[in-house]
Ligand binder design. Structure first.
Ligand SMILES: Cc1cc2nc3c(=O)[nH]c(=O)nc-3n(C[C@H](O)[C@H](O)[C@H](O)COP(=O)(O)OP(=O)(O)OC[C@H]3O[C@@H](n4cnc5c(N)ncnc54)[C@H](O)[C@@H]3O)c2cc1C
Length: 421
């Protein structure tokens, strides 16, 4: 998993291996995890003059950040309607506004550091059934009226083909502020920028324990880092490191494939080169790579064991959307862990000098850069936006250490089945 079968690794920009930690180091900020969250935090902290060290168990981008669908989906997993219903209009607007900051933060990083990650604008959410389209029409109206999202475009069912050439969908919403990118190249670009700003990154350095106190110590097999502040950006692995964070997320296996390059057919399948995701709970999501492959994600597994063939596991989902690709060669298939919270909103927490952001629930490609930066801003004393997200209510999955995952699986299966009706 994540080896030669990961398309992004096969074609990623070079990134020089960073040496493991050896000995004891004293810093202002220690970051655990070299994904989007950790690298965004390290970069922001190094820019503001802090001495910062990142400890990454494997390599930069080893986790979800180097494996995901590359879909940049503005907002949160909740609709604006759900936010208003739960929190009232004013608080919903504040939450949504913070979440939308992620769009500009990612674009700003790419522009400032000239990150070559095939960044493209445009995201299309395709309606799986007519009732989903009706809900999208209500949501688009609400977003334009109360959230200032005037640029969202409701695409009538008859016009679906402008974005995706399939009979499967019933219109949708086109969001020019969304988009897609090569995720591994983006995180490697953040890492290069963090190094240039003075951060130190240690790959192959797994943190085995955290010692809390006035300073905090991240312990590894060959040394430790003593820091004033610690950011835990280990997403799916956060609970392994910090018992207090355990139970707030469950890991869901998700799989992607990359077809052989499709040449001119690619632009016929996705004429506007947008990223496409459908409106189901367990969704299909797909887009074109720079070399005109279809990168397709579909199906979820609630057990960690991979399917015997990832390509054959995902292929039927792709063939359902594009029957003409049912025999197209698939060059790569890989999987990763999506870390999901109970309510599918991200979980940001502060405990004294320990800061945590995890559980981005499939929306992390944009939100993680924001989260990493907000943690650093909050450490700097500018915590308003951090507080807005940290105040989102979260509960542990029921069932404790043994039953949480099976119970969550059952719950998720229920929603997946509802979509099929
Ligand atoms: C297959 C797949 C498809 C996805 N598609 C999308 C998508 O299209 N759009 C979207 O918005 N989101 C998507 N996501 C989710 C998104 O990728 C994540 O939300 C995001 O990458 C999380 O970033 P992160 O930096 O918080 O965590 P990660 O990228 O997982 O980084 C955590 C890092 O911590 C390291 N680590 C763990 N334990 C330790 C330790 N003890 N010591 C040191 N280091 C440690 C890991 O090695 C890892 O590199 C997808 C996820 C997957 C798996």
């Amino acid at each position: 998993m994540g080896g030669p079968d990961n398309y992004y690794r096969a074609c990623g920009n070079p990134f020089a291996a960073q040496p493991p930690l050896a000995g004891t180091v004293r810093v202002d900020l220690c970051v655990i995890g070299g994904g989007f969250t950790g690298m965004a935090a390290a970069l922001a902290a190094a820019e503001s003059g802090r001495k910062v060290v990142v400890l990454e168990a494997e390599t930069v981008g080893y986790g979800a950040s180097g494996r995901n669908g590359g879909q940049l989906i503005p907002g949160l997993r909740w609709s604006a309607g759900e936010l208003v219903e739960t929190f009232g209009l004013a608080r919903a607007q504040a939450i949504y506004q913070v979440a939308m900051m992620a769009v500009d933060r990612v674009a700003a990083r790419i522009a400032k550091h000239d990150i070559a990650c095939d960044f493209k604008h445009g995201h299309f959410e395709a309606a799986w059934k007519p009732s989903h389209f009706a809900a999208m029409a209500r949501e688009t109206e609400l977003l334009a009226r109360d959230f200032g999202r005037l640029e969202l475009e409701l695409v009538e069912p008859a016009d679906t083909g402008r974005h995706v050439s399939t009979e499967l969908y019933h219109g949708g919403v086109f969001d020019q502020r969304g988009g897609h990118f090569h995720p591994l190249n983006y995180v490697r670009g953040l890492a290069e920028a963090a190094l240039a700003a003075g951060a130190t990154i240690h790959e192959g350095t797994r943190v085995t324990a955290i010692r809390e106190g006035r300073t905090v110590e991240a312990v590894t097999a060959h040394g430790s880092v003593i820091a004033d502040q610690l950011i835990v950006a280990a997403d799916a692995w956060t609970g392994d490191l910090l018992p207090s964070a355990r139970g707030f997320t469950v890991p869901i296996m998700n799989y992607n494939i990359a077809t052989a390059p499709l040449g001119s057919l690619a632009d016929k399948l996705i004429p506007g080169d947008a990223a496409i995701a459908d409106s189901r709970f367990v969704l299909n999501y797909f887009r074109l790579s720079a070399d005109k492959r279809l990168i397709f994600g579909g199906g979820e597994k609630y057990r960690q064991s991979p399917p015997s063939s990832i390509t054959e596991f995902v292929r039927p989902y792709m063939a359902e959307v594009f029957p003409r690709l049912s025999r197209t060669p698939i060059d790569y298939g890989w999987g990763g862990i999506v870390s999901v919270t109970m309510n599918r909103l991200p979980h940001l927490v502060r405990r004294d000098n320990i800061w945590i952001a995890h559980g981005f629930s499939g929306h992390g490609a944009l939100l993680t850069t924001l989260a990493g930066e907000l943690l650093v801003e909050a450490i700097d004393g500018d915590g308003d936006a951090f507080d807005t997200l940290a105040a989102l209510p979260h509960r542990r999955f029921p069932g404790g250490p043994f039953l949480a995952k099976p119970l969550a699986s059952l719950g998720l299966l229920y929603y997946a089945l509802k979509d099929r009706l």
